[in-house]
Design a protein around this ligand. Structure first.
Ligand SMILES: [Mg+2]
Length: 194
């Protein structure tokens, strides 16, 4: 982990889908409605989604990012409070989501409505390179691809545990927890050690 800008303060990047709120049910519901394909959560053990053709998956994910769906998301219990405490402690909060830039206004409205404080929002498909430019210290993201790339660049990684990222949990520099209160506690411990 690189040196923090000053003592006790970190630069934290936060993913949204499957990190700040549960996402799978929405995607699965759309896949079922559009294509009649079931995508059981517990069976999603790796990052590739093989039940859908690539074009189908792209269309389904796009639909999950309609303004209505973005603004309808329910944060995980404890997520808002954790981010508020990190923000209050002086950490710099970068919210970053793999969604198109046109989704930014609805995403901002959602962050405001849920009371998630942040300094910077990035809706784009270059998450890790942007985190590197911003000298992020800790990435909270469920994607095993992003977790591995963040580690390669010296960032700490943390995630809510999901079937698709279980194999990475508790590796060096990767914090996993089943809930936000536990994730917050473990992240705070890790940040205090740096
Ligand atoms: Mg995610």
């Amino acid at each position: 982990m690189r040196a923090l800008p000053y003592r006790g303060v970190a630069r934290i990047a936060l993913d949204i889908d499957s990190t700040l709120h549960h996402y799978w049910d929405l995607l699965e519901g759309i896949a079922m409605e559009r294509y009649g394909v079931a995508l059981p959560y517990a069976e999603q053990r790796d990052w590739g989604i093989t039940g859908l053709e690539r074009e189908q998956l792209i269309a389904a994910v796009e639909e999950t990012h309609s303004d209505e769906n973005i603004e309808g998301a329910e944060p995980y219990e404890g997520a808002v409070d954790a981010v508020r405490r990190w923000h209050g402690a002086g950490h710099w909060i970068h919210v970053t989501s793999h969604r198109r830039e046109v989704c930014a206004p609805a995403t901002k409205r959602w962050l405001e409505a849920t009371g998630i404080p942040y300094h910077d929002l990035h809706c784009s498909f270059d998450k890790i390179s942007r985190c590197v430019e911003l000298e992020i210290d800790l990435l909270v993201d469920d994607s095993p691809v992003n977790i591995e790339r963040a580690r390669e660049h010296g960032m700490l990684a943390a995630t809510i545990s999901h079937p698709w990222n279980e194999r990475l949990l508790d590796r060096d520099g990767v914090i996993g927890a089943p809930s936000w209160p536990e994730l917050e506690r473990r992240v705070d411990e890790a940040l205090a050690r740096t």
